[in-house]
Design a protein around this ligand. Structure first.
Ligand SMILES: Cc1ncc(C[n+]2csc(CCOP(=O)(O)OP(=O)(O)O)c2C)c(N)n1
Length: 729
């Protein structure tokens, strides 16, 4: 007979409800703070909806009206150094956190709005309207509210997208030996997305002080939670990851506060993450000033029932019952909150001269259109004064070293000299340096800064992004193969690449992402891409690619010094190559934005990078063409060396771009386009290109070789260039 024993989850899962005793024991100041915050936030969003109704809010305005209790209850006890982030519906969390910050956790209901608070309301409203005086200079708007100094890390328009970033912040909180915590807010809809679930696993495995705060308002746009999951008690998700979790009535801010206090003591004492699910309700539709019932997915009766349990009413009534305030006092709080928010709006609006009776945004408050591209990346001033070296031209003493040892060596040196440097990726802590030996020796020397991750590229890339945004640590993230960037695409491109610009251009994102191109290794269709083209056409990223060990050292050092995300490309074909590197020197940088002319010539300019540099040199020698071979080294559009390229093109008047990978996602596409635009008059023929074919390389050796470009294809490319010379040479 089979034996069957019931198993129990390791972590507790409880529902917390308040009693009359809890209200009696709550400190009057706490309740006063709650009442003040709830009213300030409610009135703020009412004004936002008013403006949305007048057509003054460009884009969506997702109000949280009705569900303020979750944010206020959970944030009210947090300090400035505790951090939060949130989703597209984040006005309430942002305001609660910033109000805490500027009021030092103490509101006076008789004089609710201090000048500092008035400024908060105005700057937040200005941001939502897209105005220059907003917290993110108008770049972020309603869905990207960030005020770092207040511990508001930034809200996020990708459902679940902020959660991995919060994990990075939580990692930094703990690693910096603080007991500060990080809270990530998201909705019921986000509970079903990979970013959240991957991060729950990672945070639990690494015991991060991170609260996953679910605002369960029952609807994702118009889809009811019960339609999309078989377990609509969403805090139950935590059990699968060994995370303790609380379910609480979010219309009762004190209940949320008490649950949070329990959760805080868990997190602050190093026990790891928590999940809190607050049942809340948004009175309005997904965005805009109409109720959800107007769109037919829920009833007016349901809305009325939830409104009866309004969190503002709840706190006011409990306080009245306790004799802490009377109705006139509550009315005064409401009036003060409304007046302050109206005043904030008035400061930003004026009568519209073209539409009598209507308002418009004061024209002088818009950002200048010339601000559009400022801060896509930083200004590189952080590299000023760095020691640079051109190691292939340097005549100092040299050591012969394998490329892969240069990778491990320079990371080792960086970790030795800067204990902010942290390395993370799959298996990098084992196998004598990961799958290729590129992190050899590091886990022994720096066991707490070499982090072997779960197979969760989206979560651990985002965690690196969160560390970078936080700034206390310098992550080097490894993707075992470049194609895995698609798995992590949200964090890589929507979050890490866009963060600086989206939040106003000031927030550095110093993250290094290493990956190896493995074309030729037989790993097939899903492992063998060259990602340079995708990164080059995505905002925010810088890209470096070394063709020799000595240049790798200098490029990695520059990448680590930069305040931007930098993709550091490697190639399996290069790992075993030997090259001379400066003796006992892992500390120099390759000059920023400088290509390297590897062969001077006058007949054609060959632009290439990574392993294709050596193949191009071979091909040029085979053909006898007097070509100038330029190793680009810096590949992104902001760092590429136009001076060297231009000088060469003006000399040769012919260009061949050489890359190894597939045609569709190729790097050369944008570069050829740019060269045509910049140097059309100097070109004797269209830019010629060598790349792989349309197919991603297959596992079959023959088909793989047919799919990518090598020496033969470069020779053929050179022949095409020669054919284009015409009769003059
Ligand atoms: C990855 C992603 N998918 C879809 C959307 C479009 N979208 C924006 S908000 C939303 C609903 C989110 O619901 P929930 O997570 O419950 O948050 P709520 O709006 O209820 O606060 C959707 C589908 C998005 N922004 N991101």
């Amino acid at each position: 007979m089979t034996e069957r024993a019931p198993l129990e989850a390791r972590a507790p899962w409880i529902e917390l409800r308040t009693t009359a005793d809890d209200w009696r024991s709550a400190s009057p100041q706490l309740l006063e703070n709650m009442l003040g915050q709830l009213h300030l936030i409610r009135a703020f969003e009412e004004v936002v909806l008013e403006l949305a109704g007048e057509g003054l809010v460009h884009g969506p305005a997702h109000s949280s009206i009705g569900q303020e209790g979750g944010a206020v209850g959970s944030i009210i006890s947090l300090g400035t150094k505790d951090a939060i982030n949130g989703s597209h519906r984040g006005h309430h969390q942002f305001l609660a956190k910033v109000i805490n910050h500027v009021s030092a956790g103490k509101l006076d209901v008789n004089a609710l709005v201090t000048p500092a608070l008035q400024e908060v309301l105005q700057k937040t409203l200005a941001e939502i309207l897209g105005l220059a005086q907003g917290y993110c200079s108008g770049r972020g708007g309603s869905m990207h509210l960030q005020y770092f100094e207040a511990g508001a890390l930034g809200t996020n328009a990708i459902v679940g997208g902020g959660v991995p970033l919060a994990a990075g912040n939580a990692w930094a909180q703990r690693k910096a030996l603080t007991d500060n915590i990080t809270v990530s807010y998201f909705g019921d809809g986000a509970v079903n997305i990979g970013s959240v679930l991957e991060t729950m696993n990672l945070a639990a495995a690494w015991k991060l002080p991170l609260a996953f705060f679910i605002e369960n308002n029952l609807y994702a746009v118009s889809t009811h939670v019960s339609e999309v999951t078989a377990e609509p008690r969403l805090s139950g998700r935590a059990l699968g990851f060994g995370i303790p979790s609380w379910k609480v009535d979010g219309m009762d801010p004190l209940a949320v506060h008490l649950a949070m206090k329990e959760a805080e003591s868990h997190m602050r004492t190093g026990k790891g993450p928590v999940v809190i699910e607050a049942d809340v309700y948004r009175y309005f539709h997904q965005n805009g000033p109409f109720p959800g019932s107007a769109f037919g997915y829920r009833t007016k009766e349901e809305e009325a029932q939830w409104r009866e349990r309004d969190p503002l009413l709840r706190v006011a009534n409990e306080m009245i019952a306790l004799g802490l305030i009377d109705q006139a006092g509550v009315d005064s709080v409401r009036e003060q909150a409304l007046a302050a928010n109206r005043l904030a709006a008035t400061a930003l609006l004026e009568a519209n001269p073209d539409a009598p009776g209507k308002r418009r945004i004061k024209p002088e408050l818009w950002p200048d259109a010339s601000f559009v591209n400022v801060g896509v990346r930083g200004d590189t001033s952080e590299l000023n004064g760095a020691r640079t070296l051109e190691p292939l031209k340097d005549s100092g003493p040299k050591t012969n070293m394998k490329f892969v040892d240069a990778v491990a060596g320079v990371i080792d040196a960086a970790m030795e000299s800067d204990n902010r440097v942290v390395v993370l990726g799959e298996d990098i802590h084992r196998l004598n340096g990961g799958t290729n030996g590129a992190t050899k020796g590091l886990s022994k020397k720096y066991p707490d800064r070499v982090l072997g991750t779960p197979i969760s590229e989206n979560a651990f890339a985002g965690l690196g992004g969160g560390m970078a945004l936080d700034g206390r640590f310098r992550p080097i993230v490894e993707f075992m193969y470049p194609d895995f960037m698609w798995v992590a695409a949200d964090q890589v491109f929507n979050q890490i690449g866009k963060a600086r610009h989206m939040f106003g251009g000031q927030n550095p994102v110093p993250l290094v992402l290493r990956t190896k191109v493995a074309i030729g290794s037989g790993y097939g269709s899903q492992h063998l891409m060259d990602p340079a083209g995708i990164f080059a056409t995505s905002p925010g990223w810088r890209i470096v690619a070394a063709s020799t060990p000595a240049e790798y050292i200098g490029l990695m050092n520059a990448a680590l010094a930069l305040q931007d995300p930098v993709l550091v490309l490697e190639h399996v074909d290069l790992y075993q190559d030997l090259g001379d590197v400066p003796e006992n020197d892992f500390g120099y940088q390759i000059p920023f934005g400088k290509a390297n002319i590897r062969r001077e010539g006058k007949d054609a300019t060959v632009l290439t990078y990574l392993s294709m540099v050596k193949h191009s040199l071979t091909a040029v020698e085979q053909t006898g063409l007097d070509a100038e071979v330029i190793d680009l080294r810096w590949l992104d559009r902001a760092s590429i060396d136009w001076t060297t390229i231009e000088t060469s093109i003006k000399k040769t008047n012919n260009v061949l771009i050489v890359e190894q990978g597939a045609l569709g996602t190729s790097y050369g596409g944008w570069l050829a386009d740019e060269i045509h635009r910049r140097y059309f008059d100097w070109l004797d023929q269209p830019v010629q290109r060598v790349s792989g074919g349309e197919a991603s390389p297959s596992i079959s050796k023959v088909l793989e070789r047919a799919a990518y470009a090598g020496v033969e294809e470069i020779v053929a490319g050179i022949a095409r260039v020669k054919a284009g010379f015409g009769g003059t040479r």
